[in-house]
Design a protein around this ligand. Structure first.
Ligand code: SF4
Length: 409
């Protein structure tokens, strides 16, 4: 494993002194925010649409990080933008590269006034020969406590804003040199041989995306916009632990692909592995899947199933899984469990995984086992976590009064 960048030691001081009145960044803004920004600096209403298109292209097609680079925008407008806004990216705390080319970034979000420390999230890039998948986070921590998942041990700090979700994509494209005219980094030999290096985006990082549905939806609109980042909705997958009332709504409003964090075929075990199952049991979850808009053989739902030794990996489980998903256009992803410090589970033996996969294969599901990636840098599925914590109300009050004092000093 290679650590390319580590700013951990400077983090504390810079996060604590970050000014609340810092210029806002338009780096990952949606069209509505860009419109408001332009109006706020006096751009005439009839010009705004054209100006938004210009900015959009520079930000999302060319990947520029300064208004000065926008050569077809008048100097006056560039100066006015510069005076009020930035194109700052999320801050990188550390970047790690696995021996298999997987990259993990620990990213710092802009600090809010009541936060003692800027919260941090993780984001992972997984290159393969013919595709590059970016796994992004939607929350800092998680309210759910899935027992096999490292993020589940970190309490929810807060939801990510839409631009903080999009910001992960821009940052990753910067780091792997995925903009026109930019040379990939010297260690980028493991990048895919596709023209674009990020071909797929999966909402499988930290957090339950359907508990932050509005921001995630806005972010995916920016991600899929054909005049910008242009990642097809067929190549965007939202993974949920099973927030039943939001599933169909998500499909209707967003049209992305869906993955379900399933992991058990009976309610009693799923209640333990994915405790939200107590609220939305399997029968309700599968009914919502059957009603997912656009569901067809061309748009199948992925069911993720982590292989836990002696817990959910028997032959009877495999057969029950196949029966459970009958009549749902589905893909099955068997995920060898990726251990993390303090986890109570072990990964199933390879032989057991193969026997399980055979049953699934014979039922017509192709290549069901997902190769673990980035294990050496804790970047594999279920291993993400940051140290950010939410302050108690009392601490929050103290922090905001001390940051007000700092600002006044
Ligand atoms: S699997 Fe997803 S929903 Fe469950 S604890 Fe982990 S991040 Fe949260």
């Amino acid at each position: 494993m290679v650590v390319l960048l580590d700013t951990t030691h400077q983090s504390e001081a810079s996060a604590l002194t970050e000014a609340a009145d810092r210029k806002p960044s338009l780096a990952s803004a949606g069209r509505r925010r860009l419109t408001e920004a332009l109006l706020s600096i006096g751009v005439p209403e009839k010009q705004v649409r054209m100006r938004v298109s210009q900015l959009w292209r520079w930000i999302y097609v060319m990947g520029v990080t300064s208004f000065d680079a926008m050569t077809d925008v008048s100097k006056d407008l560039r100066r006015a933008l510069e005076a009020q806004f930035t194109l700052d990216r999320l801050e990188i705390v550390s970047e790690q590269v696995s021996i298999d080319g997987t990259r993990k970034w620990l990213l710092r979000l802009p600090k809010r006034v009541h936060e003692a420390k800027a919260p941090e999230i993780e984001c992972v890039y997984i290159p393969e020969e013919d595709r590059g998948t970016l796994c992004i986070s939607s929350q800092v921590g998680c309210t759910l406590t899935c027992t096999f998942c490292h993020t589940g041990t970190q309490r929810l700090v807060r939801n990510l804003e839409a631009d903080e979700i999009v910001g992960q994509i821009l940052l990753a494209r910067d780091r792997i040199g995925d903009w026109p005219g930019v040379t990939p980094p010297a260690d980028g030999r493991l990048l895919p041989n596709t023209e674009r290096k990020i071909t797929n985006v999966v909402l499988m990082g930290m957090g339950e995306p359907l508990y932050n549905v509005d921001n995630v939806r806005d972010a995916m609109e920016v991600t899929a916009d054909g005049e910008g980042l242009s990642v097809s909705k067929r190549r965007i997958t939202l993974s949920t632990s099973g927030i039943v009332p939001e599933i169909v709504r998500w499909g209707r409003e967003s049209g992305t692909m869906l993955a379900i964090s399933l992991h058990a075929v009976h309610d009693d075990l799923r209640d333990v592995l994915v405790p939200i199952n107590k609220k939305y049991p399997l029968a309700d979850l599968l009914e919502a899947c059957r009603n997912y808009p656009g569901l067809s053989n061309a748009k199948r739902i992925t069911f993720e199933y982590v292989m836990l030794k002696g817990v959910n990996d028997s032959l009877a489980d495999a057969r029950a899984l196949v029966r459970l998903l009958a009549n749902i256009p589905a893909k099955i992803n068997l995920i060898p469990f990726n251990p993390w410090p303090g986890s109570e589970y072990e990964c199933s033996d390879w032989e057991t995984i193969e026997t399980f996969a055979d049953v699934v294969n014979r039922a017509g599901y192709a290549s069901p086992v997902r190769t673990p990636r980035g294990r050496d840098i804790l970047a594999a599925c279920g291993q993400l976590r940051s140290e950010s914590v939410k302050l108690r109300a009392q601490d929050r009050r103290q922090t905001s009064s001390s940051s007000t004092q700092m600002g006044e000093a």
